[in-house]
Design a protein around this ligand. Structure first.
Ligand code: NIG
Ligand code: FE
Length: 407
């Protein structure tokens, strides 16, 4: 397939490390371009004065922009049912943390998941996966964490495994047994950690069900030393850490993650100068999830400052029923510009190539490069790159191409 007369072909570099600092605002692109796809792979591209003769399927993209599909490196896409009852409680004044402490929140989702079959979980998650693909997502990470028991966590991870087998886009599985303490372990935190370490992890490793390990490091959830036990136990099975931290409190989670070479630290609504210093001297990626503070009316992540200080920043949706019931990466990119004060180029880089690095998928995804998978978004006719985050809420996508095929 040949796409010709592309107004602008975005992000044509293939960096070997996650972008940071000034490089986040650089977006190599070609104006008035062509792009040639062979099967599911990007074969070649260039400017129209070098366009090859081609007899196969040809798309005329006059006035349209082509960019890599979104790489959404943090989601909780597998869950039982929505939680709009808690949304309404929050509208009447209860906070997310109060609802969690009263047994709602994550525990509410865990209760619902217990009574949902593996088949039903698969069906609803598969539907959500297609929903986000149509919104331009071309690679995704999915967490467990609503099981909170040996059977529950294995059930979720087996659903993710089935999704991987059926999905046209790559999926990374992240084991989040340490999402919340189940009620029966309310006064025996070590007992639950032991269950994760001694029973869940060995079985998960045996079945090859996880690529990464996660924990919710927060006052309402796992302490820094609890999180340390989880990270170290995961490392024994070769699982790198991608950790929820600094959503509500600075507790030392970032330092712990950096010391343990975590692939990413995710959320970061609150982050202090010492933590920024620690992050910028590390390879750990800061994955910002602006739709969570949007939905919870919390303070936004200091995106501008993190970029200026030289931290590698990625953007993800956090798609989940409690804090971000949307997997729309177009909205995430708009929020990153409007609320986190990132530029359109920085936000698009953070949501594509840096997201790919945060899932270790950068060799095949995240940019328009020869030999990479042909996963890209073809926009409608739009005036400029900045129009993408500017026209928030409008659907600017004409076609999403996955593995060389329009979906
Ligand atoms: O990333 N904060 C922890 N976990 C999820 C929310 C989970 C939920 O509320 O169901 C998050 O925001
Ligand atoms: Fe999350």
């Amino acid at each position: 397939m040949l796409i010709k007369n592309i107004k602008s072909l975005l992000q044509t570099s293939s960096p070997t490390k996650a972008l940071r600092g000034k490089s986040m605002s650089e977006m190599k692109s070609i104006e008035n371009a062509w792009l040639l796809i062979e099967n599911d792979i990007i074969k070649n591209f260039g400017s129209m004065d070098t366009c090859p003769d081609f007899n196969g399927e040809t798309i005329d993209a006059i006035g349209k922009i082509v960019l890599p599909t979104w790489c959404d490196s943090h989601t909780h896409l597998v869950f039982s049912t929505s939680r709009e009852e808690e949304f309404e409680m929050r509208l009447k004044g209860k906070s997310y943390q109060e609802i969690a402490q009263a047994g709602g929140g994550i525990l509410n989702s865990a209760k619902k998941l217990q009574n949902t079959s593996e088949d039903d979980l698969f069906k609803s998650a598969f539907q959500r996966l297609h929903e986000v693909m149509k919104l331009g997502t071309g690679a995704i990470e999915i967490k467990s964490g609503y099981g909170l028991s040996v059977e529950g966590e294995l059930k979720m991870l087996r659903v993710i495994k089935r999704l991987k087998e059926k999905s046209p886009i790559p999926i990374k599985a992240n084991f989040l047994g340490a999402h919340s303490y189940p009620a029966e372990y309310k006064d025996d935190h070590q007992g639950y950690i032991n269950l994760i370490v001694n029973e869940m992890l060995p079985q998960i490793a045996k079945e090859g069900l996880a690529d990464y390990i996660d924990a919710f490091c927060e006052k309402v959830a796992f302490s820094v030393s609890d999180t340390e036990q989880i990270i170290k136990a995961g490392a024994k099975y070769g699982l790198k850490a991608k950790i929820h931290t600094n959503q509500f409190n600075c507790m030392g989670g970032i330092e712990l993650c950096v010391e343990n070479n975590a692939l990413s630290v995710d959320h970061l609504e609150v982050v202090n100068d010492a933590e920024i210093e620690c992050l910028k001297n590390s390879e750990t990626i800061a994955t910002l999830l602006p739709s969570a503070p949007f939905f919870l009316s919390d303070p936004y992540q200091p995106g501008r400052k993190l970029v200026d200080e030289g931290v590698a920043v990625a953007l993800a949706s956090d798609y989940n029923p409690g804090s971000s019931p949307s997997g729309n990466m177009n909205l995430v990119v708009s929020l990153a510009c409007v609320k986190l004060k990132m530029t359109p180029e920085e936000a698009i880089n953070a949501a594509t190539i840096n997201g790919a690095f945060a899932m270790e998928l950068n060799e095949e995804y995240g940019s328009i490069s020869k030999g990479k998978k042909a996963n890209f978004i073809l926009t409608k006719k739009i005036p400029s790159v900045a129009y993408i985050p500017y026209a928030f809420g409008s659907n600017l996508i004409d076609q999403v191409i996955i593995n060389g095929k329009s979906i």
